[in-house]
Design a protein around this ligand. Structure first.
Ligand code: ZN
Length: 202
């Protein structure tokens, strides 16, 4: 018995639900799943020719996310797991698309369950940082910062659990059109921050 409630209906989700997330796989029997394949990330990697080549040959799943279909109402929290596969496009590690929140003044927490990677943060004024993710570490994404997770392991998935205000909304378009100012690439076997030559100002 996972919980005790006066009644059992959809509102139980909003007043003390228990959701399963496997700490080894990030998978859930309760949450809904979304997938992003490499073909859905056109123009987002530095080496577009390499991305297209990989898309045509196998089109790997770059990442999955599992979250609940809860109402996006003020005062509630949205949460779920993100599962980012290992892989590279050219020398650039697999990453999630990354987003600002539509309500820009929204923080978020990512807690790393498995793997090794970074959370790349960038605000509209150009301040940026890359925070390391390893099991047991929680990264706080401050208000106003776009966030993208990056998997630097060659073999292991990067699994993180995230929580943010449910009505925050996602702005993927800004990153899709402008890109990040910085990229994380592998140089001599080491994760290295470089300027993004394709970053579009303004
Ligand atoms: Zn977010």
């Amino acid at each position: 018995m996972a919980s005790f409630n006066a009644s059992s209906n959809a509102l139980d989700f909003l007043r003390g639900c228990v959701v399963d997330f496997d700490p080894e796989t990030g998978l859930s029997k309760t949450a809904q799943t979304g997938k992003r394949r490499l073909s859905q990330m056109k123009g987002m990697f530095q080496d577009e020719a390499a991305r297209e080549e990989l898309s045509r040959h196998g089109d790997p799943v770059v990442y999955e996310f599992h979250s609940l279909p809860l109402p996006e109402t003020p005062g509630d929290l949205a949460f779920g797991c993100s599962i980012l596969n290992p892989g590279k496009v050219g020398d650039e590690y697999f990453f999630t698309k990354g987003h600002f929140h539509t309500i820009l003044d929204t923080g978020e927490v990512y807690y790393c369950l498995k793997g090794h990677g970074y959370m790349l943060l960038e605000d509209p004024q150009g301040d940026w940082s890359a925070q390391e993710l390893s099991p047991g570490k929680a990264v706080y994404v401050p208000k106003r910062y776009a966030h993208r997770s990056i998997n630097v392991s060659a073999t292991e998935q990067l699994i993180t659990f995230f929580v943010f205000r449910a009505d925050a909304g996602h702005d993927y378009g800004t990153i899709e059109t402008k890109g990040y100012r910085k990229l994380l690439v592998e140089k001599n076997g080491i994760p290295t921050i470089v300027d993004n030559p394709n970053w579009k100002r303004g």
